[in-house]
Design a protein around this ligand. Structure first.
Ligand code: F6R
Length: 609
């Protein structure tokens, strides 16, 4: 995720800003850069890669100053590259900016700036328009120019700006992206996040939406949209650095579980138009192209594979197309029926999983059109695919994947709904109902997260178990696989997931007195059948913890414990159902004293076969 650090004072801006950027490294980034005001100009250095690369680049240079802004970039518009890294500058170098967020009307602004004002663009980013726009309005007062420029922008942003002619000021503004100003001794700071400043400033101002801040060596002034000065109480940070990186949470995993409503909104927000139509980021999948497709293959590994299984239900049910799902390491060594009439979808958070990448290459060799659902912009899978449909989960740091999974599900639903509508296999009413259901998911997940205490209580009763069975039917069978994987990877409990109807074909032999069974019962269509499966295991002495739709008294009666999720359409229930299972896995692992963010034997990105 992008990060901003700004400094103005008596010290070395270069040292302090680089140090601050390093404190944001944990959030993930692909490039970094710094702008320093010195000798009547703004010097900019930026590079793709680690901050160490930026330091190396600056090592031999006699470059420093007492004011500057720095940035770590997590690519959204434009691949990771030196040119796309921030800071961006105006053509004459007068203005330098760093930006977090998305300028939604950047294309319009870009056309206008280059068409009407002959502005040359040097990057593919949305952010570059900000530098040119501020320059256009700059008449010697940076604060005024920022106000005027912001009036032309739509989107979400935290922007830090400097002008070569005013080296004693930094101006910053925020809307829907975090920004803080830190108060130091004989110096002041700017940052997107508290950890960047902890070493230097613990007294900060938390800026609110649509506020602009003017930072000088001796003063920090905050203005509202009407350019009136506002008074703000200072906030004293008491967290230590470690807790601050995790936003006050104990682990990245739980932080990321809580980030899911936002990740889902971000992933949907850019694609769902006000008219209810779905935009596929320019991916061309018109009816004519879809009608040529005979089969869809979804290929991925681990959690991403589980998202693919839910995607299969969605595409088959909503678009009426045949779908095969395979784990990448198997797909590669089969003789799959893939040809130029296949839509090959691969799913990967990192975009670097070798098995997935090789499966993608194999599918392309066989003539398939390859569409990837990826979280990391510019990753290998994204680069080698014909089309990319990004999840906007932000960087996932915990090894156990959570927000990547739910945003992958959103992408699969959007694709399925789009295909269903385009092919005329989904009536307007049903389409609108499901779009509405998707839109409600973030709020419903918030309400599940509010039940964390209840899940924690259940975790206390079962965390000593050494064996767990997850059962479910339909999409619940896929969510069961994911719930089981989450539990085993972070708690090391021997956990096993099975389609509930398969139990009686063998696995039920393992169910005995006090065996723990987690039953997913969110599918109203299959409720009766699932109840019978609960009864089967209860009859053999199992302890049953169920996951059911709010108010399902039958399941509650049959189970030892029930966790409810808000009522929703069966189709989108996996988006909600997985959340209590993530929380349960987290709390069980915590009670067992496991190293949750770095489970043994696991790596975040698996780049070996
Ligand atoms: C489990 C987990 C892994 C990954 C798998 C694929 O929590 O994170 O199972 O899902 O290694 O990784 P990506 O999605 O990066 O291809």
């Amino acid at each position: 995720m992008c990060g901003i650090v700004g400094y103005i004072g008596g010290g070395s801006a270069k040292r302090i800003i680089i140090d601050g950027l390093k404190r944001l490294e944990y959030r993930g980034y692909d490039s970094s850069g710094i702008a320093l005001a010195a000798n009547g100009r703004i010097a900019v250095e930026k590079t793709v890669g680690r901050i160490a690369a930026l330091e190396d680049r600056m090592a031999g240079m006699d470059l420093d100053g007492h004011a500057g802004i720095g940035h770590t970039r997590w690519a959204t518009h434009g691949a990771p590259s030196d040119a796309n890294a921030h800071p961006h500058t105006s053509a004459d170098g007068e203005i330098a900016i760093v930006h977090n967020g998305i300028i939604e009307n950047y294309l319009e602004l870009r056309e206008w700036l280059s068409g009407e004002h002959g502005v040359p663009f040097r990057s593919e980013t949305d952010s570059e328009v900000v530098a040119h726009l501020i320059r256009l309005y700059y008449e010697g007062d940076l604060l005024d120019a920022v106000f005027r420029a912001v009036g032309r922008m739509r989107g979400a942003y935290a922007i830090g700006a400097m002008a070569a002619s005013e080296p004693d000021r930094i101006v910053a503004v925020r809307k829907d992206a975090p920004l803080i100003a830190g108060l130091g001794e004989d110096c002041n700071f700017l940052a997107s996040d508290i950890p960047a400043l902890l070493k230097y400033a613990r007294t900060i101002y938390l800026l609110e939406n649509n506020e602009t801040v003017l930072v000088t060596r001796n003063e920090v002034s905050i203005f509202n949209e009407r350019r009136e000065k506002v008074k703000r109480d200072v906030y004293h940070v008491t967290w230590d650095a470690d807790a601050a990186e995790k936003g006050g949470h104990d682990h990245f995993m739980i932080k990321e579980i809580y980030e899911q409503p936002k990740g889902i909104s971000d992933t949907m927000g850019r694609r769902l138009g006000a008219d209810g139509g779905i935009r596929l980021d320019g991916i061309s999948l018109a009816r004519r192209e879809l009608e040529r497709i005979e089969r869809v293959y979804i290929v991925a590994c681990g959690t991403a594979y589980h998202a693919g299984l839910v995607g299969k239900y969605a595409i088959e049910r909503l678009a009426g197309m045949p779908v095969e799902v395979d784990v990448a390491s198997e797909f590669r060594y089969r003789e799959p029926f893939v040809n130029d009439r296949t839509l090959f979808i691969c799913i990967s958070q990192s975009g670097e999983t070798l098995d997935t990448l090789e499966a993608l290459r194999e599918a392309k060799r066989r003539g398939a059109r390859a569409l990837s659902v990826v979280n990391v912009v510019g990753s290998s899978v994204a680069r080698e695919s014909d089309d990319v449909f990004y999840t906007w989960a932000g960087p996932e740091i915990a090894v156990a994947s959570t927000k990547a999974y739910t945003t992958q599900l959103v992408c699969m639903y959007l694709l399925a709904l789009y295909m269903g509508r385009e092919l005329g296999r989904l009536g307007d009413g049903e389409y609108a109902r499901l779009v509405d259901e998707l839109g409600r998911a973030p709020g419903r997940i918030e309400s599940i997260l509010a039940q964390e205490k209840r899940v924690q209580e259940i975790a206390k009763k079962i965390y000593r178990s050494e064996q767990v069975f997850f059962i479910g039917r339909g999409p619940d069978a896929s969510v069961a696989l994911e719930g089981s994987l989450k539990l085993k990877e972070i708690s090391y409990i021997n956990s096993f997931a099975i389609a509930a109807g398969e139990l009686k074909h063998g696995t039920i032999a393992l169910i005995e007195q006090d065996t723990l069974v987690i039953a997913l019962a969110t599918q109203s269509r299959l409720a009766g059948k699932l109840l019978s499966n609960i009864e089967e295991v209860k009859a053999r002495g199992a302890r049953v913890i169920s996951l059911a739709m709010e108010g399902d008294a039958n399941v509650e009666r049959q189970s030892d414990e029930t966790i409810f999720i808000p009522r929703c359409a069966d189709e989108v229930a996996p988006l909600l159902a997985v959340v209590p299972l993530q929380l349960l896995a987290y709390h069980i692992a915590k009670l067992r004293g496991c190293d949750i963010d770095k489970p043994k034997n696991l790596a975040k990105s698996v780049t070996v076969e």
